[in-house]
Each structure stands twice: as C-alpha cells, then as structure tokens.
Design a protein around this ligand. Structure first.
Ligand SMILES: Cc1cc2nc3c(=O)[nH]c(=O)nc-3n(C[C@H](O)[C@H](O)[C@H](O)COP(=O)(O)O)c2cc1C
Length: 242
C-alpha cells in the first residue's frame, strides 16, 4: 500500500485560528498521512529574487524553508490556508507562496501535485481565495478546489470598547466600495450598526458577539470536509493509475 502524504500550511498568526481549523479539517478528510505547519511558528522570509535557485531548483536563502521545501517535494498534495489581511493574504502566506518560485525554472518540480486552498475573512476573503488558486496554478499544481469562509471581524476582537470610529469593515460597505461583501447579512448577530454611523466618515457599531468560530458553522465545516474528500478521490485515482 502506498502511503500518501498531504501537507497543510496556515498563514494565520492567531492561536486556534479559523484558518488552522479549516486546513486541519481538510487534511483530516483526506484520510492520508498529513502534517500541519503554522507559518507564524517558523521563519520563512519573502523571495529575494536573487535567482540563486534558477539552475538547481533549490532556494539559497537560509531560513526554515530549507527543511520545509523537502516536505513540499514529498507531498502528494498541498493545502494552503490564509486569513484576509487588508484585503490580501497574510504576509506569512505571501512569503511562503513566493518561495515556491524555487521549484520552477529548469524543472517545474511542483507540476502535477494536487493543490487546494482556503481563505478566511469578513469581507475580501473571496479575493484571497482566488489569489491562492491562481498562484498554485502558477506553480502548476493541479488545483482540486478552493474555498473561503467568513471569520471574525477584526475590530470586534480588539477589545478597546463597544464602538469604533475607525471600523475597518466600513471601508467595505456597499456605499463606499460599490461591492456587496455580504458583511451585514453574515454578521447580523455580531454587529449592530448604530444610527450615527456614516460609512467611512464615522464608524459606530455595537459589538454583540466577538468571535465567529467556523466550527459552529456546519455548512462551512462540511465544505472543508468535501474539499478534503475531493483530494482523497484524486489521490486514489492517481495511486490506481500508478
Ligand atoms: C491587521 C488585520 C487586518 C485585517 N484586514 C481584513 C480585511 O481587509 N478583510 C477581511 O476580510 N478581513 C480582515 N481581517 C480579519 C481577518 O481576516 C479575520 O478576522 C479572520 O477571521 C482571521 O482568520 P483567522 O481566525 O484564521 O486568523 C483583518 C485582520 C487583521 C488582524
């Protein structure tokens, strides 16, 4: 029997992060041998564009990517998770994804590996989901699927008071952004917009519930499990083909 290996990484620095929970749920549902790495617990800097990897496919930067790179090479599938930070993947995730650059050039070493991604945020998580999928495809991963989930609104956990004049989510309001990010619909029981709130000009919100835990959202967890199972199906197909 071939033992298949799936590597999962989370770019959230938060303890017990929603991103971690979803990456772990996906890994578990694959039924394979898995390993989870929290990128904020290791030291991986951004790509320095030194081109030191061009002929060897080996990154010359001396940090934790040195021992993580062989794990990516060993992995039959890679699951990448990221929170949404200022509308983008976290810097931890971005640095990790940049370092995949070493595997291209002469040989595209990640070509054909299975890839999957999950993004968490309150507003622009779909953009991060798209970005993750694109960059995995850039490295020629066979992307099975990507998903996103609504997480905690950051200003609701800062703990400095009941209201905030600089509420970040206000910049994402339909009035300001021209897009509906589904914030009010998702966070009905979490945030109450107070009558003196004027999008972007003055944020005024009452925090009704601080944390949004993806584990309390059966649909979200089921989606993660399905993604993990889809990886398992692909892996089995490949193992059968040999
Ligand atoms: C500095 C900072 C900036 C953030 N900016 C955004 C943002 O622009 N859009 C968004 O959807 N979420 C934003 N968030 C919220 C996080 O994406 C959200 O809380 C998510 O649930 C975090 O996932 P985690 O629990 O896996 O860390 C931000 C959080 C922090 C700490």
């Amino acid at each position: 029997m071939i033992l298949l290996f799936v590597l999962g990484v989370s770019g959230s620095p938060t303890k017990n992060a929603n991103t971690d929970k979803l990456v772990k749920a996906i890994l578990e549902a694959t039924g394979a041998d898995t390993e989870f790495i929290k990128l904020s617990d290791v030291n991986i800097g951004p790509c320095r564009a030194c081109m030191g990897c061009v002929y060897t496919n080996e990154c010359v930067v001396n940090d934790d990517f040195k021992w993580i790179a062989p794990k990516i090479m060993k992995a039959d599938a890679l699951v990448v998770g990221s929170p949404t930070i200022f509308g983008l993947p976290s810097a931890f995730t971005k640095a990790f994804m940049e370092r995949l650059y070493a595997f291209r050039h002469v040989n595209m070493l990640t070509k054909g590996k299975i890839g999957a991604a999950v993004a968490v945020g309150y507003a622009a998580e779909n953009d991060v989901e798209t970005w993750l999928g694109n960059i995995l495809r850039f490295a020629k991963f066979d992307v099975v699927d990507t998903m996103s989930a609504k997480g905690t609104v950051c200003c609701s956990v800062c703990g400095t008071g009941e209201t905030c004049a600089y509420a970040g989510w206000n910049a994402y309001s339909p009035e300001v952004s021209g897009r509906d990010y589904g914030i009010m619909e998702t966070y009905k029981g979490y945030l109450e917009i107070l009558p003196d709130n004027v999008p972007y000009v003055k944020g005024s919100v009452k925090i009704l519930k601080k944390y949004r835990n993806v584990e309390d959202e059966p649909e979200v967890m089921d989606r993660a499990k399905s993604l993990g199972k889809a990886i398992a199906v692909k892996l089995e197909e490949r193992a059968r083909r040999g």
